[in-house]
Design a protein around this ligand. Structure first.
Ligand code: NAG
Ligand code: NAG
Ligand code: NAG
Ligand code: NAG
Length: 369
């Protein structure tokens, strides 16, 4: 048995040694150490501690230009649907946009836009199955024209679809002999979502607004205006070109505002939104976006953005105006770490992220760690 005091002394020494290591201040690191040994996630915190703006921008360039960060993720990326060139076969897609994952059935629904159809793709399958449209482009009740988004509603066992070029929202039932139904028309819908109280939310990029409907109630009404609708502009009660939207557990609405190159949110019933990302104008810096067209929010409030014209997916935490590139950002191309105009985003139950890689006619899955 060690004497009591001796034990205390050893503990004290251990604490001292540890505190010396933990206390290492980033400012004391050399530039080389910072550049090569700082992860992108740590960067926003470190940035303000760096001495000169010159040093800051040098490091930022390094993050943006090289494979440094993107290679961190590349082993985690796989193609789970499409990827067999542009086409209309069952193993192909043509400019996929919105996607929706049904956790329970382990399927992903894909708005296969230029094939004018909605595809249901089981995880781990090499082929998809047509569940709506697929009868050529047209405005018949069994046809779609360039659908941009889809959501599956378990309660009604049906799909709600942005039938975009037909300027309508349609409901397709998972039942033989039950015809599709038009929910509303005179709407140019980019994105469609359902909240936990069974309300439908739709972004209308021509009217620059977001509207809400109660599913099953007066299906033919115009719904309620919940964001924008004050003409095209960049004030906090305006939108310029709303693309993708998301609604969280507290009925907060998030929207990617394509032409304003920003991400906004509206607390329930708010008249004005709050800018969450993209305050610094159009561009490819880490605080900038260029035509964001996909959006999803995780359980921790982190926002994932398909940053269309920058061919990358960014993640913004609510603590920082700086984003992190989680995918792409390596120019247009079809390598695993490249994207062409990424669009719809979705999570599976395990928190893996799925990206509709619009210009590559494929759906990519990335394990985020
Ligand atoms: C980066 O860190 C690793 C281990 O953490 C170390 O071996 C390496 O020398 C560091 N590189 C630089 C440039 O400091
Ligand atoms: C599929 O593509 C082929 C070749 O481009 C075309 O001939 C055919 O009509 C298409 N089928 C449908 C259902 O659009
Ligand atoms: C798909 O395959 C992966 C591994 O190959 C497996 O972990 C996963 O459970 C499979 N999912 C389904 C729905 O079969
Ligand atoms: C960020 O989000 C987390 C989780 O929702 C919350 O606890 C935290 O207070 C938020 N931080 C800010 C600065 O809003």
């Amino acid at each position: 048995n060690m004497p009591f005091l001796q034990k205390q002394l050893i503990i004290l020494i251990v604490i001292l040694i540890n505190s010396i290591n933990i206390g290492t201040n980033p400012i004391e690191l050399t530039e080389t150490q910072l550049i090569y040994n700082t992860t992108m996630d740590e960067y926003p915190k470190l940035r303000n501690k760096l001495k000169t703006g010159k040093q800051q921008s040098k490091i930022e360039k390094r993050f943006l230009s090289s494979s440094f960060n993107n290679n961190r993720w590349i082993e985690n990326i796989i193609t789970i649907a499409g990827g067999n060139g542009k086409g209309n076969q069952s193993n192909q897609l043509m400019f996929p946009q919105g996607i929706y994952i049904d956790y329970d059935s382990q399927v992903i629904y894909i708005a296969d836009s230029e094939n004018h159809r909605i595809i249901k793709w089981r995880f781990n399958n090499t082929n998809g199955e047509i569940v709506a449209g697929g009868n050529g482009k047209g405005n018949g009740i069994n046809q779609l024209d360039s659908p941009k988004d889809v959501v599956f509603d378990k309660k009604s066992n049906s799909l709600f679809i942005c039938d975009t070029e037909n300027r309508r929202i349609v409901q397709w039932f998972n039942q033989i002999n039950k015809n599709p139904q038009i929910i509303t028309s005179d709407i140019t819908c980019w994105s469609i979502k359902i909240d936990r109280k069974n309300n439908l939310y739709v972004s209308d990029y021509e009217k620059r607004q977001i509207r809400r409907w109660k599913i099953g109630e007066n299906p033919r009404t115009d719904g309620i205006l919940v964001a924008g609708g004050n003409g095209q502009g960049d004030r906090l009660n305006q939108l310029a070109f709303p693309t993708s939207i998301f609604v969280d557990q507290d009925y907060t609405i998030y929207a990617a505002d394509g032409w304003n190159n920003r991400i906004m949110k509206w607390i329930k019933d708010a008249k004005e939104g709050i800018i969450l990302a993209g305050r610094n104008g159009k561009g490819d810096g880490l605080t900038q976006l260029h035509f964001p067209q996909g959006l999803i929010v995780d359980h921790w409030g982190q926002i994932y953005v398909a940053d269309g014209a920058n061919n990358r997916v960014m993640r913004f935490s609510n603590e920082s105006s700086y984003g992190v590139i989680v995918m792409g950002g390596n120019g247009q191309g079809k390598k695993l770490n490249q994207l062409i105009w990424p669009s719809g985003l979705s999570f599976d139950r395990e928190g893996n992220l799925y990206v509709a890689d619009w210009g590559n006619h494929r759906i990519q899955k990335i394990r985020i760690n």
